[in-house]
Design a protein around this ligand. Structure first.
Ligand SMILES: Cc1cc2nc3c(=O)[nH]c(=O)nc-3n(C[C@H](O)[C@H](O)[C@H](O)COP(=O)(O)OP(=O)(O)OC[C@H]3O[C@@H](n4cnc5c(N)ncnc54)[C@H](O)[C@@H]3O)c2cc1C
Length: 461
């Protein structure tokens, strides 16, 4: 029996531990912070447990749904209500059938664009690209800058808290880039993507899934299974160093003056890129440098609870996105109780809504106190929904420093070279949001893959 040590108990590390714990090996999961779950977290607001980190999972990829099935948890889906874009001082319907903001038909953007902007979008240009470029550049060259500013930016802002003109098209929108490389129109790519995601047997498949009790309840469910399977789960256990010890590994934890050393036959590092880079400095310096260069965006989520009797403004919509070009402080708002029927059911007396603040490179707002952030979020909500919005009965601020990795142009090459360097060190694997996707399903995928690779390696020992 070998010992597998997993560093970081976000969804990636938890999934790696879950997969590995089906084997006879000893599994040790070490989390640096006082709590497990990473970006999946619940907080008690107005007497109810509510997600204050990730809250929804893409259901068009299989990984999250498969994990729910493994845990015997039924997925729930958002109410079929639409979201809006808050731009040019009004809430405007989100165009349907877009692929990361690229419309299948430019006319669907009529409510967001001026006549001149719409004419430019309709006059779609063929683009000629060979390598990676930013998604902003790609869409701008085909459809004009306004489509980027009014639609692509807010959609990417919602996923990466980043900027369309910096994020890699190859990493964030491979289907669009592929279309561009085949000299086809981007709107064609959006149309075929929309068609693919459409009706199966006449019923549209839900795009997103959640969990009754919140996505933030998954870490606890996973830990319960891990403990049942005899896995050691420790919090407050920050890994400081890893080193090679013959054919095995050694992890050092704790203070420099009183270090604790754990021997491991295999290690999975499931921490954010900068922490992973520090741990890899001695063993794979080139990979460490490549990972250290991945920027992260910081952000805050402010969650409000309103009396339901006064909350008509949130009915019938799942929320809105905000283009940065409009100069607002918030970048999105989710009307949680409208979006998630289970939440309205368990907390009928209050209506939850949340806003997110902070984008990559624009963290000045996050210097404000919690009270100032909560007030700033309310000011924008009132501007969007009307002055009649009541005072919230509770507000909760969750800060996320180093929240989301930024997949800059060239990201795929960077990750390919990191993985190639690591391939020379069997028994050492990495997982997490920095690699093949920031969303929960992608993270679950990397955790599983890392566990699979480690088990294969140990089987050949
Ligand atoms: C506010 C917010 C909302 C989001 N919403 C969604 C959403 O709705 N849907 C979606 O799919 N995705 C969403 N995301 C993205 C997604 O939640 C994350 O990308 C994903 O949860 C990251 O998981 P992870 O395990 O890779 O990393 P993390 O969750 O960052 O976990 C890494 C863990 O490693 C620990 N750690 C760090 N250093 C060490 C060390 N040296 N030793 C031991 N432990 C260490 C950290 O404390 C942390 O717990 C959201 C992200 C944020 C920030």
């Amino acid at each position: 029996m070998a010992r597998i040590v997993i560093l970081g108990a976000g969804i990636s590390g938890l999934t790696a531990a879950f997969e590995a714990s089906a084997s006879p090996h000893e599994i040790v999961l070490l989390e640096g912070s006082p709590q497990i779950g990473g970006k999946l977290r619940l907080a008690t607001i107005a007497g109810h447990q509510v997600d204050v980190g990730a809250e929804s999972m893409l259901a068009r990829r299989p990984e999250a749904l498969e994990l729910l099935a493994d845990l015997d948890v039924d997925p729930v889906h958002p109410a079929s209500i639409s979201a809006s874009i808050w731009t040019r001082d009004a809430l405007r319907p989100m165009p349907k059938g877009t692929l990361l903001g690229v419309p299948a038909d430019a006319s669907s953007m009529a409510s967001l664009l001026t006549h001149a902007e719409l004419d430019r979008a309709r006059d779609e240009r063929l683009v000629d690209v060979s390598g990676d470029l930013s998604i902003g550049e790609l869409v701008e060259s085909a459809l004009g800058p306004a489509v980027v500013d009014r639609l692509v930016e807010p959609l990417l802002g919602g996923v990466y808290a980043g900027h369309a003109r910096k994020l890699s098209a190859a990493a964030t929108a491979p289907a669009l880039l592929a279309a561009a490389q085949h000299q086809r129109l981007l709107t064609d790519a959006a149309r075929s993507a929309a068609a693919k995601s459409g009706a199966v047997d006449g019923a549209a498949q839900p795009v997103f899934a959640g969990v009754r009790g919140g996505v933030g309840s998954l870490p606890k469910l996973l830990v319960r299974v891990l403990l049942d399977r005899g896995v050691t789960v420790r919090t407050g256990a920050t890994a400081r160093d890893i080193e090679r010890a013959g054919r095995s590994w050694r992890v050092t934890l704790g203070e420099t003056r009183s270090p604790e050393v754990i021997d491991a036959d295999a290690i999975i590092i499931a921490t954010p890129a900068r922490a992973t880079a520090r741990l890899l400095t001695e063993v794979v310096p080139d990979a460490a440098t490549a990972l250290a260069d991945i920027d992260y965006a910081s952000m805050a989520i402010v969650t409000y609870a309103f009396r339901s009797t006064e909350s008509a403004a949130f009915a019938g919509s799942s929320g809105f996105l905000v283009p940065p070009v409009d100069g607002r402080r918030i970048k999105a708002s989710t009307f949680s109780s409208s979006k998630w029927p289970w939440l309205a059911e368990v907390a009928p007396e209050v209506t939850f809504a949340r806003v997110s603040i902070g984008r990559h490179g624009e963290e000045a707002d996050l210097q404000k106190s919690d009270a100032e952030l909560a007030a700033a979020g309310m000011a924008d909500l009132r501007a969007a929904l009307g002055d009649g919005l009541p005072r919230p009965v509770a507000a909760h601020v969750q800060r996320w420093g180093g929240a989301l990795p930024q997949y800059a142009v060239g990201h795929l090459d960077r990750i390919a070279s990191v993985r190639a360097d690591l391939a020379a060190l069997p028994g050492l694997e990495v997982a997490g949001a920095a690699y093949e996707g920031v969303g929960i399903p992608a993270c679950i995928g990397t955790g599983r893959k890392a566990a699979g690779a480690v088990l294969t390696h140990l089987a050949g020992h």
